[in-house]
Design a protein around this ligand. Structure first.
Ligand code: AMP
Ligand code: MG
Length: 302
């Protein structure tokens, strides 16, 4: 892959997309160690650079057009590479055009509202790219794996009966459709790492003093729920990959490959949106010409 144009991008990400309505078994259907055989790490650097340039150009058009927004949802297990992906993939874009929201354990105020409330407060505005570092999908992931989180939400009993997860998938799909119908494009990326790669990354966090802060002993406890998370991911992917807000499962054991794929998924969404600089009308062009004349006629300061 010498270049990274629209068709190469589409080809690279096609196998990562979860078809709407498909039944996913994550460990079986997606290999975290996959990297397209025709690429190596040094190709990777060059392609990522190209991806970053593409994003910068499209983001500038998105902002100028001021009609559409793009929401990028990033999910992963601990040490899956969410922070590094954001740092590298968005490194070339104008910071004024991007918002990043990292969602943590909900606050008391957040728990006093409906479960989508805090996410709805943080969607991007028109002309912006918004990134959710963790997202409303935690509501069917960590909350499902640890149901005591559901108790903390103080739902009426009718809202936490047996059908709660199915209902949440439907509500999330409906909410995303509403956003999409109103000009907010959504793409969702699951950075998919293997259990062994997570172990290696945790060990690195323990070994390196500059990485210690990233480690929490809760991460090891959470790792104990690995199979539960794989099941929750599989269910989530099976029920919430839609034509208006598709999921992409990005193989994430190789960071360099995960970053190219993430930048390709985002670039592809922007290419499909195809934002344009506003056309300058005849009368506006006349005004520009007059402004130029006036400026050129001014004597330069001596
Ligand atoms: P980190 O992303 O490592 O800073 O950790 C954020 C923590 O917040 C993770 O342990 C998540 O599981 C947790 N978290 C995020 N969203 C929710 C939620 N809706 N309910 C409960 N815990 C959450
Ligand atoms: Mg963490």
């Amino acid at each position: 892959m010498a270049e990274l144009g629209a068709s190469e991008i589409a080809e690279l990400i096609a196998p990562l997309r979860v078809p709407a309505g498909s039944k996913v078994r994550l460990p079986h259907d997606f290999d975290p160690g996959y990297h397209a055989g025709f690429l190596n790490k040094s190709d990777g650097k060059r392609l990522l650079k190209r991806g970053v340039e593409l994003l910068a150009e499209y983001q500038s058009r998105l902002a100028a057009q001021d009609t559409y927004g793009l929401l990028v949802v990033l999910q992963a297990l601990d040490a899956g590479g969410k922070d590094g992906t954001i740092k590298h993939v968005m490194s070339g874009v104008n910071p004024q055009g991007v918002t990043v929201h990292s969602f943590k354990v909900p606050s008391a105020t957040e728990l006093s509202h409906d479960y989508l409330w805090r996410y709805a407060q943080s969607t991007p505005s028109r002309g912006q790219i918004g990134i959710f570092n963790r997202s409303h999908y935690e509501e069917v992931l960590v909350v499902r794996v640890h149901p005591e989180n559901l108790d903390r939400q103080r739902l009426p009993s009718s809202a936490k009966d047996d059908g709660v997860w199915r209902r949440r998938y439907r509500e999330i799909n409906d909410w995303e459709r509403y956003l999409s119908d109103n000009g907010f494009r959504i793409v969702k990326i699951l950075l998919n790492i293997s259990k062994e790669e997570q172990r290696q990354r945790f060990l690195k966090r323990l070994d390196r003093p500059d990485k210690n802060w990233k480690f929490s002993s809760a991460d090891v406890t959470e790792r104990g729920y690995w199979d539960d998370y794989q099941r929750a991911f599989s269910e989530m992917l099976s029920h919430t990959s839609t034509s208006w807000a598709p999921w992409y499962v990005v193989p994430a054991d190789h960071k360099w490959f995960a970053r190219i794929c993430a930048s390709a998924v985002i670039a592809n969404a922007l290419i499909e949106l195809d934002p344009r600089y506003p056309e300058v009308s005849k009368s506006a062009r006349r005004e520009l010409a007059e402004a130029r004349k006036a400026l050129e006629a001014e004597a330069p300061d001596s």
